[in-house]
Design a protein around this ligand. Structure first.
Ligand code: ZN
Length: 169
């Protein structure tokens, strides 16, 4: 396994639409292993492949809290089959927009279909933080960031802050 570099705004590669994966093979699992390690090191709870500059429709996630055992999850070619009309606001952050947090409203529950680490097709419902996180990560596959939901002023301030911090580092 290896750590990958996480790209940050305003890197234009974050705006690209990711390509579907053909098959879940050892090469893809190696990518997912790297992504998970990179996410844990950051630390973060979700990461899309495009954030490590690989524009494939792949997401890793771990929502285990505190002392809980790690619970890695892998989503290949995820699709949303259904969204609730009900929405919930949640304060989001993003490893590609470090140290910026703001509230985004999204459907409270979604039904998903995806392939897992073994290439098996899974359907399941997500709610709570899981629903927030999977929708946030799936936006990355379309080149959409959570700051795109904010006002133009807030968005440009966020990008400027990240740029400044990156320059100082
Ligand atoms: Zn993100």
């Amino acid at each position: 396994m290896a750590l990958r570099d996480i790209i940050t705004v305003p890197d234009p590669r974050l705006k690209q639409v990711s390509t579907p994966v053909d098959t879940v093979d050892d090469d893809l699992r190696a990518l997912m292993d790297d992504m998970l390690e990179t996410m844990y090191a950051a630390p973060g709870i979700g990461l899309a492949a495009v954030q490590v500059a690989v524009p494939l429709r792949v997401i890793v996630m771990d929502l285990a809290k505190g002392e809980d055992a790690p619970a890695p999850r892998y989503f290949v070619n995820p699709e949303i089959l259904w969204r609730s009309d009900e929405v919930t606001p949640y304060e989001e952050g993003c490893l590609s927009v470090p140290d910026i947090y703001d509230e985004v409203e999204r459907p409270s529950r979604v039904k998903l279909r995806y392939m897992n680490y073994h290439g098996e097709t899974v359907e399941e419902e997500a709610e709570g933080v899981f629903a927030v996180c999977i929708q946030h990560e799936m936006d990355h596959l379309e080149g959409v960031l959570f700051i795109d939901y904010l006002s133009r002023l807030k968005r440009s301030r966020a990008v400027a802050k990240v740029k400044k911090a990156a320059k100082a580092a």
